[in-house]
Design a protein around this ligand. Structure first.
Ligand SMILES: [Zn+2]
Ligand SMILES: [Zn+2]
Length: 288
């Protein structure tokens, strides 16, 4: 199951490359599906799963909560409850024994570092840490939320929809089976592949490469490339210093797309109780 979740999108990327090589440019509808699909499902992870569900960094209406949970589920990165439980555990043990995906616990030397990076990127998905057995301990609050449990229980249907929707759109736009196949490949598999590896890079790259601006008890880093590509999540040292902050890009030059979205939601009355660190909190942890 886990192997399929990793290998199928990869196979989709290979198919996409081969098809482009043979038949040329995929066409605008498929590029649009890839970009828009990626943006919304990636925000489902960053705004929804991460900042809203895991860290309660803002409050919103139940319908909006459901929307972000649905988007997150369509990203095929695990059901919301398990994702949140694993991530809360990561914050609790960060870069110490019991961290589900630390890259720095594998010894010294370049070989150990490489093994650590691979483990943090995707190797950890095959360990005991990726299992629903820890739900009671890490997400008791979310287990009380009926809406959350309902989305969690029906997770396989969301995965199926994540592939079926782009296939259907591709088929209808071109009125052909080839269109459905291209929709499946570009709007489904390639999109999932890109979002997977961007999210996993936060766990691997952002605990190894980048700058530290704030004191934390782990090796978390602010990485510019991940910061931009992961819609703000790559300002990961900031995030470990202030986990409940709705804003991860704490300096003006740290582009944080997810924060812009949360701010727009707040302005539109769709988000409130938005958590931000005070000037004093920032000053206390700042590394000089
Ligand atoms: Zn981390
Ligand atoms: Zn977090």
């Amino acid at each position: 199951m886990m192997l399929g979740t990793i290998l199928l999108p990869f196979a989709g990327v290979i198919a996409a490359i081969v098809l482009t090589w043979q038949y040329g440019w995929m066409g605008w509808p498929f590029l649009a599906m890839l970009v828009v699909g990626w943006l919304f499902t990636a925000m489902g992870i960053t705004v929804g799963y991460h900042r809203l569900l895991t860290h309660n960094s803002f409050s919103t209406f139940r319908i909006v909560r459901l929307f972000w949970m649905a988007m997150g589920s369509l990203a095929v990165q695990g059901s919301p409850l398990v994702w949140c439980a694993v991530h809360r555990r990561h914050h609790e043990k960060s870069d110490h024994d019991g961290d589900p995906h630390s890259p720095v616990l594998h010894g010294y030397g370049w070989w150990a570092s490489l093994k650590g990076l691979i483990h943090a990127h995707m190797g950890w998905l095959f360990t005991r840490y990726w299992s629903p057995s820890i739900l009671q301990r890490y997400v008791p609050d979310l287990l009380c939320d009926k809406l959350m449990v309902a989305v969690d229980r029906t997770y396989v249907l969301w995965v199926a929809a994540s592939l079926a929707i782009p296939s259907a759109i591709g088929g209808l736009v071109t009125m052909s089976w080839q269109g459905a196949l291209l929709g499946l490949i570009w709007g489904g598999l390639v999109r999932i592949f890109i979002a997977h590896h961007i999210t996993w890079s936060i766990n691997s790259i952002c605990h190894v490469f980048g700058k530290r601006h704030f004191h934390t008890s782990d090796n978390s880093r602010n990485n510019v490339v991940c910061g931009v590509l992961a819609l703000g999540e790559g300002w990961h040292n900031n995030h470990h210093a202030f986990p409940t902050s709705a804003r991860h890009g704490l300096f003006w030059w740290q582009f944080d797309f997810s924060w812009i979205v949360i701010r727009l939601m707040e302005k539109a009355g769709l988000a409130w109780d938005v958590v931000l660190p005070s000037e004093r909190m920032l000053e206390r942890r700042r590394l000089h």
